[in-house]
Design a protein around this ligand. Sequence first.
Ligand SMILES: [Zn+2]
Length: 418
Amino acid sequence: MTRRRHTPEEPAREDRRQVLRLALGALGSSLLPRCQHTPAGAVEGGPQPSPDAALDRPRPVDRPPAAADREPGYPLTFSGYKGLATLPFFELDKDGRLRCTVADLPPTVDFHTHFGFSFLLAPKIDLLASPPLRYLIDCDGATPPCTLNLDGYLNLIATKEMLDQMDKELAACLLPGGSKVCETETIPNLLAEMDALGIQRAVVLAIELGVGINDNASENWLAAIKAANAGSRLLLYGSVRPGQSKIPEKLQQLKASGMLGVKLHPTMQRFYPDDDGAMEIYAECAKLGLPVFFHSGRAGIEPALVQKYAELSRYVKPVSDYPTVRFVFGHAGAALDFKDALALAKAHKNVWLEMAGQGVSNLKTILDELGPERLLFGSDWPFYPEAVTLAKVLILTAKDKKVRDLLLAGNADQFLKS
Ligand SMILES: [Zn+2]
């Protein structure tokens, strides 16, 4: 079957509004995948929201399902993030910060983090500042704190008010004045959280939208990491976009500057993973030995025009045609495509699954069906605290230190060394 070649170009002025609406919709619903919900006011199976609803996305109306306590002895629901301190793995310090109390934690690597976003008209964020940290999904900021459920999809914890607040902040990431929340998501704040939890290193994933202005997170974030003298702890994956000019040169520069891989986000960047323009990226990554970190899978409520980009069938050709390129599937297929992502990983040894967002039950399924060696710990900070995903791993591996060490440290260490 011949597929239409998708060649996103730099947006013309008249297209910019549409691009922003789609990108913003993807920021909230794809980078931060939420489970499938019936939109408020909609009927199951009825008309879906129009793509133009990116700035007014449907809202979950259901509360998270009761947790299935699959690991006897450990609860899976908590009152807010701070409720994790009731587990034997954490405590709250005098400042109310979660600290990990596991004495023999391995040198843990968080394989999925970002800094605060700012694009287009928003001012550049001072990534060296240390303002009081706020997460984009602010469970403890809600009154009462939201119910944190470690089973099922993580985004389900958010109340309507929390989602409204997140949307407001993500919109502000594009606008004059910027987001007061995103400007707190800085290097010192990430490092302080890592220190409290015993996390040694984090992979930071830059994202460029293709909006043409203030859209160079790769270079900006790398410069900030260097300025913070944090290069041994914060490892940057740079951003490229299919269709942009001089892809080989951009990837060569990216590698030469010290970035360790490439982040690709099909829904935010509006491309199919098997587009010719994307295949050109993998070909160059194969030459350069650069791994690719994909956002993978559909959240279920993205604007229709971008949801199709993340269907798992579109990831088959890249991993098949480039067996020497290592692909990390961020969110392990997200809410709707978890099973397909797992099947793809089982069929292709160059596929790793990264766990941010997935619940304890699905993580257990990965361990049972794929084994532990190609599963990577990732938190999606600063949308959520790192402690949330860490708690899931600690619960799952409470009786298996070998697997715990692989998930938290060994797999990532091996990946980063190769
Ligand atoms: Zn992310």
